[in-house]
Design a protein around this ligand. Structure first.
Ligand code: HEM
Length: 313
């Protein structure tokens, strides 16, 4: 009996203080369990109903999380609107097609009603991306919470983002500088199993002789609709699966930065492995996503919990 009691106490303490030991010590899986117990559920329900009416939004949410984390860490900086004196990350050419801001505002509104000033916008973005992956048929995983929101969002910070014209070595280097292995990078690129790119992002591929000839015709047809015409990355744009990697095997990667993974022996063997075995891709993807969700997170007084995700407090 005494043992059962001390076990229960131990578990409770774990629940309360269970931190995430990865340089982000203030974060934990149960961060909101007492301060906002329905936070996770609110995010999940909102994502679920939004995806029911627009399944393409999953891609937007996953991409938003990446763009948030890459610049200034996962701190909601991508959500901030420009002001009179500041041009925000949002205005950068690479961010103009980022989608899902209204959903984040919707979740934030509900959370502010339930538990004002508690759940950060950065955590909402991270949870929404996680739920979007799961809802689209991808891996189900959890992430530590407790990120604080940043106070800086400047267009010039975004110029360090990886470009679709990067080759495999440049991608390995750029991700390596942020602590990701080549394997992490290839797995994360697999997020392109969701969504679309606009012609302006891949029109350089129209004159690329290495592109599969049938696929090349499809790209030309899409681009006849102009720079904003959209082409899905793979045949199942709303399903999180390994078709993206199968497309690379058929020389039908949409962006140069996609197909290049197949031209470097190191990244090719990883991509081949994912094309062959979806479970391996899912396993590596979720690990890499958790790692990405912890990029340079702000804790304690290094950040704030924004009351409106579009404005600093
Ligand atoms: C490896 C380096 C990467 C490059 C160069 C890259 C580049 C791009 C580009 C150019 C687009 C299309 C934008 C447009 O034309 O509107 C795009 C879309 C997308 N990216 Fe990436 N990306 C990279 C990595 C990632 C990562 C790590 C994730 C998430 C974990 C991600 C998620 C997405 C998603 C889901 C879309 C589709 C968005 C939609 O349909 O709205 N990307 N990416």
């Amino acid at each position: 009996m005494a043992m059962a009691k001390s076990l229960a106490l131990f578990l409770l303490m774990e629940l309360i203080v269970g931190g995430y030991g990865d340089g982000a010590n203030g974060l934990s899986m149960n961060y909101y369990v007492f301060s906002c117990p329905f936070a996770e559920q609110i995010v999940r329900n909102t994502v679920t109903s939004a995806l029911q009416s627009d399944p393409t939004l999953a891609a937007g949410l996953v991409r938003m999380h990446f763009h948030d984390c890459w610049i200034q860490g996962c701190d909601g900086s991508v959500l901030l609107d420009s002001t009179k004196n500041n041009t925000a990350e949002k205005e950068s050419p690479g961010n103009l097609s980022v989608r899902g801001f209204e959903l984040i505002d919707d979740v934030k509104g509900q959370l502010e009603n339930q538990c004002p000033g508690v759940v950060s916008c950065a955590d909402i973005v991270a949870m929404a991306a996680r739920d979007a992956v799961a809802r689209s048929g991808g891996p189900v995983y959890d992430i530590p919470k407790g990120r604080k929101d940043g106070r800086r969002s400047k267009i010039e910070d975004t110029f360090s983002a990886p470009s679709p014209s990067f080759n495999a070595s440049e991608l390995v280097r750029a991700f390596g500088q942020r602590g990701f292995s080549a394997r992490d990078m290839v797995a994360l690129s697999g997020a392109h199993t969701l969504g679309v790119a606009r012609c302006s992002s891949f029109k350089n591929r129209l004159s690329d002789p290495t592109v599969d000839s049938d696929f090349s015709k499809i790209l030309s047809k899409t681009c006849s609709g102009g720079d904003n015409a959209e082409q899905p990355f793979d045949m199942t744009r709303n399903n999180f699966d390994n078709f993206y990697f199968k497309a690379l095997q058929r020389k039908s990667g949409l962006l140069f930065s996609d197909q290049t993974l197949y031209s470097n022996p190191r990244t090719k063997s990883i991509a081949d492995g994912y094309a062959k075995n979806q479970a391996t891709f899912f396993h590596d993807f979720q690990q890499a996503m958790v790692k990405m969700s912890l990029l340079d997170v702000k804790e304690g007084s290094k950040g704030e919990v924004r009351l409106d995700c579009r404005r600093i407090n």
